[in-house]
Design a protein around this ligand. Structure first.
Ligand code: UD1
Ligand code: MG
Length: 451
């Protein structure tokens, strides 16, 4: 059976009080919309259609980054959820199979729930996802007729008896594509909000002699985000779940509640993560690696057995091979560090490659930026880089080369060479005291006798 997803994401999200459209606010460093799209991917959809409206350009750009097969359609005026779904009609022209409608601002939906909805289609023409609400507030209420769903009534249009129902509408549904668009064409806007309600398809389907059912999911899955406070809560919920999943996968988190994860963080078995580590987007850590306290990682790959931190910063494009050591106050960006190489103290390695087993001394810097362009530094294998070496890129250093402490490397160094650039040291006996006397006299003149 083919499946298509329609994700509604045209709403403004007024209560976010933001220039950024609601669905692009991040949870775990990924737009809320990416969470919904990820859940939907479990259905292996043939087509994914995102309905954008408010700040559609920004939404379109974000969608292209998340899944370049997804299509974006425009809803220029937000006339209601049925009207929003209707905007996908042309994009799904000729599509045969089931459509699953979900919201871009409901990030916690589980893939299994979507799978259950599609499975329930075997028994009913239209499947609605509901949940038992602890506080049903302003959700639409599901009016059941035994096992089948009679209708959905929006809070604003509901009687007191209907408002006492706790089984609520999540907004998600699954239906044959052709039938759904037929029903939507019949939806009107004669209601308390003057909007085209998607929920009206239930009654229309029944009038057409179709079977309609509702299945339930846990309320936590339908948690929507409407404000910054909701956003913070949603991030916290994500973190708790993601940490628990890592622990289950055999990752040691020494203080789980202090580790911040991104939606796409991947950490292998037997890796150890010390307290207060931040994983930004795009990080993969292989098995058995150790990430020590207060390290910050994004867009990087850490090979197995590597040791990182404490207080290390790995920026995008960092590739650490197996058994590398990156120590305290080291920043690495767009650089490959080959197997067994070490950068242990106070260094910046950017736009560079460092060969196998090379040792980079404390305070070494690749001077990669001349103020206009970025340049590359290539360091060979088994090299020994003395402390405080400056590499003025572009520059190449051969295998087994050695640089003396304090060397400013402006020219390539051949294999096995010792490179040294230092001002010769001069010691002047007894001159320390004289120098101090001169300086104190100068200060006294400047201050005009005052101390
Ligand atoms: C909707 C449901 C309600 C359900 C609730 C669950 C309807 C009529 N009501 O109400 O039964 O309990 O969700 O959260 O469907 N959107 C568009 N274009 C529009 C209108 C909405 O894209 O013209 C999008 C919004 O961005 C949002 C979603 O659809 O992602 C739901 O819209 P919202 O206004 O939040 O609907 P509710 O009033 O909460
Ligand atoms: Mg809502």
């Amino acid at each position: 059976m083919s499946t298509a997803l329609i994700i509604l994401a045209a709403g403004k999200g007024t209560r976010m009080n933001s220039d950024l459209p609601k669905v692009l606010h991040p949870i775990a460093q990924a737009p809320m919309l990416a969470h919904a799209m990820r859940a939907g991917r479990a259905l292996d959809p043939d087509q994914t259609v995102i309905v954008a409206g408010h700040e559609a350009e920004a939404v379109t750009a974000a969608v292209a980054e998340i899944d370049d097969d997804a299509q974006v359609v425009l809803q220029t005026e937000q006339l209601g959820t049925a009207h929003a779904v209707d905007q996908a009609r042309a994009a799904l022209d000729g599509f045969e199979g089931d459509v699953v409608v979900l919201y871009g601002d409901t990030p916690f939906l589980q893939s299994e729930t979507l799978e259950r909805m599609v499975a329930a289609r075997a028994e009913a023409d239209l499947v609605i996802l509901g949940f038992e609400a602890a506080d049903p507030a302003r959700y639409g209420r599901l009016v059941m007729d035994g096992a089948s769903l009679e209708r959905i009534v929006e809070y604003k249009d509901a009687s007191d008896t209907e408002r006492s129902i706790k089984f609520c509408n999540s907004g998600l549904l699954a239906c044959d594509a052709k039938l759904l668009f037929e029903l939507i064409a019949k939806v009107g806007n004669q209601n308390a909000s003057g909007e085209y309600y998607l929920t009206d398809v239930v009654e229309l389907a029944r009038a057409d002699g179709r079977s309609v059912t509702a299945i339930a999911c846990d309320e936590s899955e339908t948690l929507g985000v409407n404000s910054r406070a909701d956003l913070a809560r949603a991030d916290a919920v994500f973190q708790t779940r993601a940490r628990a999943e890592l622990l289950d996968l055999g990752v040691t988190l020494m203080a789980p509640e202090t580790v911040y994860l991104s939606l796409d963080t991947v950490i292998g078995r037997d890796a150890v993560i010390e307290p207060n580590v931040v994983f930004g987007p795009g990080v993969t850590v292989e098995s058995g690696a150790l990430i020590r306290a207060f390290s910050h990682l994004e867009g990087c790959h850490v090979g197995s057995g590597a040791k990182v931190g404490p207080y290390a910063r790995l920026r995008p494009g960092t590739e650490l091979a197996e058994n590398t050591h990156i120590g305290n106050f080291v920043e690495i960006k767009n650089a490959e560090i080959a197997e067994g190489a070490k950068v242990n103290h106070l260094s910046y390695i950017g736009d560079a490659s460092v060969g196998t087993k090379t040792n980079i001394g404390a305070g070494t810097i690749t001077c990669n930026y001349d103020g206009v362009m970025k340049h590359h530094t290539e360091i060979g294998a088994n090299a020994f880089i003395g402390s405080n070496t400056m590499f003025i890129a572009p520059v190449k250093v051969g295998n087994e080369a050695v640089t003396a402490t304090g060397t400013v490397v402006t020219k390539d160094i051949e294999d096995g060479a010792l490179s040294m650039s230092r001002t010769p040291q001069v010691n002047k006996p007894g001159r320390a005291q004289k120098l101090m006397d001169i300086l104190r006299a100068k200060k006294a003149r400047r201050d005009g006798g005052k101390t």
